[in-house]
Design a protein around this ligand. Structure first.
Ligand SMILES: [Zn+2]
Length: 126
């Protein structure tokens, strides 16, 4: 069994803190930090006040640092009427998109670095 650490994050939809267990090596081997972690959790807020959200799926995005600190949290309510994918398909798509976002971020970082070097060389010529 992989050792896990429990982290807390605040969910603006449930209006409470949730805990999440992450494998202790979860941040290893990422191309940059913080990295993106997507998952879905069920609405856990007060059902009396938000009966329309009972059982709702909440798409959760965590931005996690190399030391597993949660740097940012985004939550979005999944539209139940638009929910035509099953969870496995959704997870596959999310994994694909996450990898794609990471690749784009890497390409952006490279470009930004080259741009900075270019600016520097232009300034040297003045
Ligand atoms: Zn929540």
């Amino acid at each position: 069994m992989t050792e896990t650490v429990t982290k807390m994050y605040f969910c603006a939809i449930c209006k409470k803190r949730h805990s999440i267990d992450l494998p202790i090596d979860f941040a290893e081997g990422k191309t940059h930090y913080p990295f993106v972690h997507f998952f879905i959790h069920k609405f856990q807020g007060e059902p009396e006040k938000h009966f329309e959200k009972i059982g709702a799926d909440i798409i959760t995005t965590l931005y996690i640092d190399k030391n597993l600190t949660i740097r940012g949290t985004e939550v979005a309510l999944e539209d139940p009427n638009a929910n035509i994918m099953n969870r496995d398909d959704a997870q596959t798509m999310i994994t694909f998109l996450t990898n794609h976002i990471n690749e784009l971020q890497e390409a952006y970082d490279n470009l930004a670095e080259q741009y900075a070097k270019l600016l520097e060389s232009v300034q040297l010529q003045k």
